[in-house]
Design a protein around this ligand. Structure first.
Ligand code: HEC
Ligand code: HEC
Ligand code: HEC
Ligand code: HEC
Ligand code: HEC
Ligand code: HEC
Length: 450
């Protein structure tokens, strides 16, 4: 008996909860599609790993659309050649490639990918339009075979057929930051509008469900009222009214409300943290597969061999292609990754490494102060770089992170005449307390903020 009465109520809350969950989900999705400003896109017009035809042994073999081997070969070729500028559903530097096989025929795509500027120059209407739409950025030419291009397109076609949320085309979301193309938002809009429709359908279905259940409950009540064998408690149960005050007092309802509130607060604070630029763990794909593990780890090349200014000046430089050439004029000259270095030098354009660590302009950080004067190891702040195939941001790089270390770290004063008197003064005033960076003023706002 009890269960008859409670059912519509519990279904009502279930419906309410699901609605909230669904609404929360769409807002989260919208949040995700917003561009993240920290990452300059991989390459606008710098070195663009073009004609690397490696990693495609299977490509030549099976090029028929839909063939699994061709798709996986296409995936490898796509990641290597295209992913820095293209994703399936998002505009990166170039357009989202979703359904490009439906927009364009393969006989248009092959010459386009081999040499897009030739197609534009020929006056092809579509080519000219898209070229202008993307601020006349030229897509590089690729020395790929017809079979390889076909396999890339098979891969794109296969990805296009997947539901949009699951496919980002192997490109980190952060890379989308540079989506300045006018057509940029369309892919995201399309997917969010299907979400909206789904949501409305869901809510309608739930409402219908609730109404049906209420009707069923009432019918059953009527049936029960007709029965003669009910005792006093049953009748009381049956005639109980929908009581708002009771619902309000119910521990279950209160628990649910509290839980919901906590979820909203959590969600908001996570969003807040994102807004102050917490990018810990950021690991973009670099234009050349340069490995610190191979160079700094296995081959034990000193950090400062490449980052030459890290002990001398404010910022640590990223090495120019010429430094790579000290070795790679001889080593691995046939590797497609190394050929990207040669091409950068030929074109007299720097390699467009994607910046990983980036403090906001309002903060002042000086490497030599920490590495040379403070004697802090790179790994304290950057983590086990010598084991990283691809560098990621190891520390939080927040103000709290800087200040905590300044509070805890004793100053490296040995052999530094500058500190002699200061240490004496400090010891006189504070006795045994260690002489930390903060006792020397390392937590004053003006030390880190201009
Ligand atoms: C350096 C960036 C860059 C790379 C790398 C790149 N593209 Fe593009 N791509 C563009 C840009 C920019 C456009 C827009 C047209 C223009 O401005 O020339 C474009 C346009 C296209 C189009 C037409 C899209 C449409 O919506 O009609 C296709 C197809 C395409 N690229 C395929 C590829 C393939 C396949 C690869 C890899 C083999 C690749 N691109 C690599 C930048 C790039
Ligand atoms: C052979 C040259 C070379 C050596 C040796 C080297 N690096 Fe690098 N480093 C690079 C290049 C090139 C990049 C940019 C590409 C990348 O991020 O992988 C880089 C990037 C970095 C970055 C990320 C920079 C950013 O964008 O924020 C850090 C941190 C770094 N290196 C630390 C180190 C440390 C610590 C060592 C020593 C253990 C070291 N590197 C040794 C060449 C080198
Ligand atoms: C001091 C010498 C030295 C310098 C400088 C150097 N490398 Fe290397 N690099 C090596 C060695 C050694 C290997 C391993 C070769 C092997 O596996 O046989 C290597 C391998 C590589 C590979 C892997 C190639 C492959 O296909 O296996 C890449 C990519 C690479 N280096 C990129 C770079 C870049 C980019 C720079 C400049 C930022 C650079 N290297 C600077 C010595 C150096
Ligand atoms: C006290 C912490 C700390 C130590 C120690 C440290 N770094 Fe950094 N590093 C940072 C911070 C913070 C940034 C971001 C700076 C910015 O955005 O202005 C950074 C950025 C970098 C960059 C990117 C270029 C730049 O200057 O912005 C490279 C490369 C780098 N560090 C290499 C090194 C190497 C190599 C060492 C060791 C010799 C080292 N770092 C030691 C905190 C540190
Ligand atoms: C791993 C510990 C550590 C971290 C993390 C760290 N610092 Fe420091 N910092 C030091 C030490 C040690 C010194 C003192 C060096 C010296 O002068 O002997 C110092 C000194 C400084 C100074 C000079 C202070 C003075 O009194 O002249 C500034 C400015 C500074 N740090 C800024 C920063 C900023 C900004 C960050 C965060 C992005 C940061 N530090 C992160 C350890 C750290
Ligand atoms: C040891 C260095 C250091 C000291 C000392 C320091 N800050 Fe910061 N501060 C930073 C860094 C680094 C950031 C950037 C953190 C980030 O992007 O999350 C920052 C960010 C900020 C921001 C901006 C936060 C935002 O949302 O962008 C404000 C405001 C600020 N600090 C105020 C202060 C005040 C006030 C003081 C003195 C009580 C102070 N800071 C002392 C390093 C420092």
């Amino acid at each position: 008996m009890n269960s008859i009465r409670l059912r519509p109520l519990s279904h009502f809350f279930l419906a309410l909860f699901l609605t909230f969950a669904a609404v929360g989900n769409t807002t989260a999705q919208q949040g995700e599609t917003a561009p993240v400003a920290t990452a300059p896109a991989a390459s606008k017009d710098g070195v663009t790993p073009g004609s690397t035809a490696a990693a495609a042994p299977a490509a030549a073999a099976g090029a028929t659309t839909g063939d699994a081997a061709a798709i996986s070969a296409g995936a490898a070729l796509f990641t290597q050649n295209c992913a820095q500028c293209h994703a399936i559903n998002d505009v990166v530097v170039g357009p989202a490639l979703k359904d490009v096989h439906k927009r364009r025929t393969i006989s248009w795509l092959i010459p386009w990918i081999k040499n897009s500027s030739k197609v534009v120059a020929s006056g092809d209407e579509y080519a000219v339009k898209i070229f202008n739409q993307y601020q006349k950025q030229q897509m590089p030419s690729f020395q790929l075979s017809d079979a390889e291009i076909t396999s890339i397109i098979s891969y794109v076609a296969a990805e296009s057929d997947k539901p949009s949320a699951a496919t980002t085309g192997g490109v980190t979301k952060e890379n989308v930051g540079d989506a300045d193309g006018a057509g940029g938002a369309t892919a995201a809009n399309a997917s969010s509008s299907t979400m909206d429709i789904l949501l409305i359908v869901l809510v309608v279905v739930l409402l219908v469900l609730v109404v049906t259940l209420v009707i069923i409950a009432n019918i059953m009540k009527d049936v029960l009222r007709g029965r003669k064998d009910l005792d006093g408690r049953d009748v009381e149960q049956l005639e109980q009214r929908f009581d708002l005050a009771k619902i309000y007092k119910s521990p279950v309802v209160r628990g649910l409300a509290l839980g919901l509130f906590a979820l909203v607060v959590l969600y908001e604070s996570v969003q807040g943290v994102m807004a102050i630029g917490l990018t810990q763990g950021y690991q973009p794909t670099q234009p050349i597969a340069f490995s610190h593990k191979l160079h700094a780890g296995e081959n034990q090349i000193n950090c400062s061999y490449c980052h030459t200014s890290v002990y001398k000046s404010k910022s640590a430089n990223i090495p120019s292609a010429n430094i790579c050439m000290n070795c790679h004029a001889q080593i691995k000259t046939e590797s497609p990754e190394i050929k990207k270095i040669y091409r950068a030098i030929e074109r007299k354009q720097p390699i467009q490494w994607v910046r990983i660590h980036n403090l906001p302009d309002l903060a002042y950080f000086n490497h030599s102060q920490h590495t040379q004067v403070g004697g802090i190891e790179c790994q304290t702040c950057h983590g086990p770089i010598q084991n990283m195939e691809v560098v990621y941001q190891y520390s939080a790089l927040t103000m709290g992170w800087c200040i905590n270390c300044h509070r805890e770290t004793p100053l490296n004063t040995k052999g530094n005449g500058y500190y002699n008197n200061l240490v004496k003064l400090h010891d006189k005033a504070n006795g045994a307390a260690p002489f930390t960076v903060s006792s020397n003023g390392g937590t004053e706002c003006s030390k880190c903020h201009y």
